[in-house]
Design a protein around this ligand. Structure first.
Ligand code: 4AD
Ligand code: MG
Length: 479
C-alpha cells in the first residue's frame, strides 16, 4: 500500500479509509488492552497517534516497539476523540522496520539538554527542536533563492578552493597534498608550494565575494550561496569554522541601494518563515519560553513570533559609525564600565556587546551602521573623501549583533591598488581582481549574510552550534 506522509494524513477527513504511514516512534503508552503510539516521519513537527488494540498477534510486536523504532503501519483513518489531534490511525497491521533497544537508544521521551544532544548530533534530527530547525533551514534556503530569482539575480558558484584571501584577515584553512611529515623546501628553506597540487599555496575560501564581483561586472545582479571557512579561534555562540553565506553583488549600485536590498531581503525571508513555518515557529516559541521561565522578566527575550513581526514592522535605523560611537561613549554601561570593552575613542572596533546595546537598548530595532574607520575594514571597500572612513554597512540584529556585513566596493584602480599595498595584500594573487578596475569599471556594492546567524535569529536558539546540523568549531569535528 502506498505510504501517506503524516503532514498530509493529518489534513484528511475521509474517515474509514485504509492508510499506510511510516515513521519513527516518539512515545508508546497505554494499558493492557490498548496502546497509543506517537509516530513522526519528519514531514511535520506533529505526530500521528496510532491506536493499537491488544490481540495475540499484536502482543509480541508491541513488546518490541520502543521509542526510536521505525514502523510501517497500516490501519483505518479515524476521527480522533482525544484532544490535540483531529485524526488517528487504528492499526490493523504493523511491521517493525528497525528496532531501537531502549537500553542503548540515547533519546528517551523526556527533555534532553542541548549540550547532551550536541554529543548525539547523529540522532538529534529525531527531536522536535532539531527537526523544526532543519525544516526552517530548508524553507530559508528556498526563500533566499526565490527572493533573488524573482528580482532577476543570477546564482553564481564561486570556488571553494582559492589562492586568495578575500577578507585579507589571514584566517584560512590551507589546502595541500604535500606530505606534512616530509615537506619539500625551497632555496629559502620554506615549504615549496610549487610542488604542491596546484603549484601554489591554496586554501578554503573565506568568502565568494571577489568572484561574485567579477560576475556582477558582466551580469549586473548576481549572488552566491555557498560554504565558507574561517580558521578564527573564537569559541563564541555566534562563530563557526564552517558556515554558509549568501553574497549578492550588484553593479550600478551604491551603499544606499545596498542597504535597501539587505533590508528588503531580510524582511522577505522573515515573512516567508512566518507564512510557511508556522507549526515549527510555534513550537520553538514555546521552547524558548520554557527555557527562559526562570529568568528575570527584563532578561527574557521577546516572544519569538512577536520578535519576527517586530522586525517586519520597523524601518531599520541607519546611522554612521561615528554617531554610534557618540551614543556608546555616553551610554550608561560605558560610563559605569559595564562593557567588557569600554569605548574610549573613535576608531575602536565594535564588539557584539556594543552592537546589541545599540539595537536592544538604544534604538530598540535593527540598526545599519555605515562609514566605518578604514583601519578596521577590508581592503576592497570604497574610500570616502574624508580619507578616514569607508563605505561599509553592517546590519545589526537583536540577540545576534552583526548579521550582515557589506559595502560599496572601491571601483577606482589607483585607490584600490594603493590600499592593497598599504595593507600588504599580495598583488600576484589578486591581479585578476585589480584588472576589473581597468576594464569597464563601475560603482558596485554587495553584502554577506551569515546563514546560520539568520537561522539563530529565526529560531530563537542561543548557540550557533544548534542551527547547523554538524557544527565545525575549534577542537570539534566529530560527525
Ligand atoms: O562581515 P563578513 O566577514 O563579510 C564578508 O565576508 C564579505 N565578503 C561579505 C560581502 O560583502 N560579500 O561576513 C559576512 C557575514 C557576517 O555578517 C556574519 O553574519 C557571517 O558572515 N559570519 C559568520 N557566521 C558564522 N561564523 C563565523 N565565523 C562568521 N563570520 C562571519
Ligand atoms: Mg563583518
Amino acid at each position: 500500500m502506498k505510504r501517506t506522509e503524516i503532514k498530509d494524513l493529518l489534513e484528511r477527513a475521509d474517515f474509514g479509509s485504509k492508510v499506510n504511514v511510516k515513521g519513527w516512534v516518539r512515545t508508546k503508552r497505554g494499558s493492557k488492552n490498548v496502546s497509543f503510539i506517537a509516530l513522526n516521519d519528519g514531514s511535520t513537527i506533529k505526530n500521528v497517534q496510532l491506536v493499537v488494540e491488544m490481540s495475540p498477534a499484536m502482543e509480541p510486536l508491541l513488546e518490541k516497539i520502543h521509542t526510536g523504532a521505525a514502523l510501517s503501519v497500516t490501519g483505518d483513518l479515524t476521527e480522533s476523540m482525544g484532544s490535540g489531534q483531529k485524526v488517528e490511525v487504528h492499526a490493523t497491521d504493523i511491521e517493525i522496520l528497525g528496532v531501537a533497544n531502549p537500553n542503548d537508544y540515547p533519546l528517551q521521551p523526556k527533555k534532553h539538554s542541548l549540550e547532551f544532544l550536541r554529543e548525539k548530533a547523529h540522532l538529534r534530527y529525531r527531536t522536535n527542536t532539531f527537526s523544526a530547525i532543519a525544516r526552517i533551514r530548508h524553507a530559508m534556503i528556498f526563500a533566499i533563492h526565490k527572493f533573488f530569482n524573482d528580482r532577476g539575480f543570477y546564482n553564481i558558484h564561486s570556488p571553494i578552493i582559492t589562492g586568495s584571501d578575500a577578507e585579507g584577515a589571514g584566517e584560512m584553512f590551507q589546502v595541500t597534498t604535500l606530505d606534512l611529515n616530509n615537506i619539500p623546501k625551497n632555496e629559502e628553506g620554506k615549504a615549496d608550494f610549487q610542488t604542491d597540487f596546484f603549484g601554489k599555496a591554496t586554501n578554503l575560501t573565506v568568502s565568494g565575494q571577489l568572484e561574485a564581483e567579477l560576475a556582477a561586472l558582466a551580469l549586473s545582479k548576481v549572488y552566491t550561496f555557498g560554504p565558507t571557512f574561517r580558521a578564527e579561534n573564537s569559541n563564541t555562540t555566534r562563530h563557526l569554522a564552517e558556515f554558509w553565506m549568501i553574497e549578492p553583488e550588484v553593479a550600478f549600485c551604491d551603499i544606499n541601494d545596498d542597504m535597501d536590498l539587505a533590508e528588503d531581503m531580510l524582511k522577505y525571508v522573515i515573512r516567508y518563515a512566518l507564512d510557511n513555518c508556522k507549526d515549527d515557529l510555534e513550537f520553538l516559541s514555546k521552547r524558548l519560553l520554557d527555557e527562559e521561565k526562570n529568568k528575570k522578566a527584563d532578561e527574557r527575550s521577546m516572544e519569538l513570533i512577536e520578535k519576527l513581526n517586530f522586525v517586519l514592522d520597523n524601518d531599520f535605523e541607519r546611522i554612521t559609525y561615528t554617531e554610534a560611537i557618540q551614543i556608546l561613549r555616553n551610554s550608561k554601561p560605558n560610563k559605569k564600565k559595564r562593557f567588557q570593552f569600554v569605548i574610549d575613542g573613535w576608531g575602536a572596533d565594535l564588539q557584539s556587546e556594543h552592537e546589541r546595546y545599540l539595537v536592544e537598548k538604544h534604538f530598540k530595532k535593527p540598526v545599519i551602521l555605515t562609514d566605518y574607520p578604514k583601519e578596521i575594514k577590508a581592503f576592497y571597500m570604497k574610500q570616502n573623501d574624508d580619507g578616514k572612513t569607508v563605505r561599509a554597512m553592517d546590519v545589526l540584529f537583536p540577540q545576534i549583533g552583526e548579521i550582515i556585513g557589506g559595502s560599496q566596493r572601491e571601483e577606482e584602480y589607483d585607490k584600490l591598488a594603493t590600499r592593497m599595498k598599504e595593507m600588504d595584500i599580495p598583488e600576484e594573487s589578486m591581479w585578476w581582481y585589480l584588472e576589473t578596475r581597468k576594464f569597464g569599471t563601475v560603482p558596485h556594492a554587495g553584502f554577506g549574510l551569515g546563514f546560520e546567524r539568520l537561522i539563530l535569529f529565526l529560531t530563537g536558539m542561543g548557540n550557533i552550534r544548534d542551527v547547523i546540523p554538524f557544527p565545525r568549531t575549534p577542537l570539534n569535528c566529530e560527525f
